[in-house]
Every structure is written in C-alpha cells, then in structure tokens.
Design a protein around this ligand. Sequence first.
Ligand code: 6MZ
Length: 357
Amino acid sequence: MNREELEWCVSVPKVELHAHLNGSVRNSTLFELARVLGDKGVIVFSDVENVIMKDDRTLHEVFKLFDLIHILTTDHSTVTRITKEVIEDFAAENVVYLELRTTPKRNDSIGMSKRSYMDAVMEGLRAVSSVDVDYSPAGLKTNTFNGSTRKKMYVKFLLSIDRRESTEAAMETVKLALEMRDLGVVGIDLSGNPIVGNWSTFLPALKFAKEQGLYITLHCGEVPNQEEIKAMIDFLPHRIGHACCFDEENWRKLKSAKIPVEICLTSNIRTETISSIDIHHFVDLYKAKHPLVLCTDDSGVFSTSLSREYNLASSSFGLGKTEMFQLAEIAIDFIFADDGVKTDLRATFEEAVKKLN
Ligand code: 6MZ
C-alpha cells in the first residue's frame, strides 16, 4: 500500500454508511477486555487471543467471532466505551457523516433490555470528545455547530435485526427505533448469519418500519439464495449491503430498481464471499453508474479502515484522485438524512476540494 496515496485517502472527507458497532472495536480494546474476563476465569485469554489475531476467516467463522466479541463487550459500560472509541476512530480518519449500526441486545442476567443497551450506546456518543458530534434530527443541527471551529461530524444510528431473532423481537427493535428517532436513530438494518432465518420472519417488522417512515437497508446476497434476493429487491429497501451472489436476473432487477449498494471490499475478500478483487462486482456497478458507496463493514474484525477501502478501490480498479473524490462525495446522495444535512455535507466537500487541489 502506497503511503502517500493512503494519506490522501485519509485527508478526503468521507461518508460511512455500513459499519457494525461490534465489528469496529479496536483489537487493543478487545484484548484488554479479554484479559479482565480471563483474570476473572470467565474465559481463557489465550483462546480468545488466538481467535482475535486470526486474519483470514470464512463467513461462518466471522459469526463465531461475533459471538465471542459479544461476550467481551455486552455490558452497559463497555457498550458505552466501544461506541465512544468507534466514533472517535471514524472521526480521526475524516469521516464527516457516519451511520453506525448495532443490534440492540437483551440480557436479563445483567438487567439489560434493548432500550438500556441503546441508552448505553447514546451515552458513548455523548462522551465523544475529539470531535463535535451532531446526531439531532432535522432542524436542530445548526445549533450544535454554531460558532465552533472544531472538527465536526454527523452520527446517525441504524438498529439491526439479527437473523436469529423472531418476528416479535424484530418488531421490538423497530418500535425502539421509532421511540429513539429524536436521538438520531434513522433506520433499520437486517443482518446476521445469512444462512440463518427466513425472510418471511422479518418481513412484518420491516414492512411496519417502512410504513412508519424509517429507512431500511438489508444485507442482501452474501450467499447465493436467489429467491430471497429477489424478495428483498421486490421489497424496495432504501439501500442494500454486499450484493455478492446475484444471478443475472437479480442483477437486472437491482439495476432497474436503482437501489444503492453498500460495497465492503475487504470484508467480501476476507470472508471469501468474492474469490478475488479483480472480479468484484464494484467494477460492473461502477461502469453502469449504479449508485454505490464504499464502506468498511467491520473495520476491527477485518483490520481495515474507510481510507484503506478507498485506497484499495483506487489501486485495484485504477481510479484516479478525481474519481475517488467523486466517489466519496456522491455517497451524500444515499445517506438516510434530510436535505439540510446533505447541503451541509456538500459544502464540506466543496471546501475540501479547494484544499486538496
Ligand atoms: C452479516 C454482519 C456482518 O450489531 O453487535 N454483522 N451480518 N454479514 C456481515 N458480514 C461480515 N458483519 C457484522 O455488530 C455485530 C453484528 O453485526 C452483524 C452480525 O449480526 C454481528 O453479530 P453489533 O454491534
């Protein structure tokens, strides 16, 4: 990786639309948490160390790793800590708009409800100190930033439904999202192990969410389940993530529906969902001018960053700086926020282009 090019990618303002909170935790934090639980005898530290250090993992192994990460992170104070750290890490590499997604978790043994989990997330957001954060809904935003010369960043939340969940649990998450709209929750994500669960289980909750005006993004086509992919496109989500295993007919459907795709290059390669970067569907979608946005997915789990994803796209697909900047800027069109935020972000990019040239 060329250092100068990577630094340039860091300096460009960026929009991150597909980042899972627990997949974006720093390794150093995971080790620290594992050591504490190891000392308490809850886990065996060296076992955890081996799993965290492993670099190449199949999709199946990734979900086993998430179960382990959740053991380390799922208590209120740790959720607050990782939220603060993850937001600060994105801010440090010039992400000016972040949609952070996480699965609200219930754990009766520690008195955690989906709501208290999300309250802990919000506390982490408020604890961010390296950057001015705006998470307020439409109209209030300028108050937060007025007069400040500090770096600023918008943060919005998507609540994830895990494919292991029931219809009722999915509905609870949607109701929570509606309750937390004033706190920057803008939509719903469907994620989790793609070989688990059925589309029909989640459909009632997703339909309800859409009717209530929440934005929807779906993990779609991480495995070649063409029937599910077709049903997902027919649902007309506002965005989809991945789109790795589409057959010709589903490509046609997706393209004619113009649903923006969140592209996670390193994640797809590491999980072997795509066998090699040269055949990644980014190229076809980019050439077809299909709406797409580069994202990290799980920057901690896959040891990447949004700047690295841009750098990887540039080196793999031969995109120059002008194209890269345009790619970063056009992502504004696909964010789940109102026109005021979009206008403000466009101004940020205009300022940046003057400095970069
Ligand atoms: C599908 C994924 C994912 O929600 O606990 N998640 N779901 N495909 C992926 N591609 C690799 N990466 C992450 O963050 C972790 C959760 O996000 C989903 C999984 O459900 C995982 O448990 P949160 O913050």
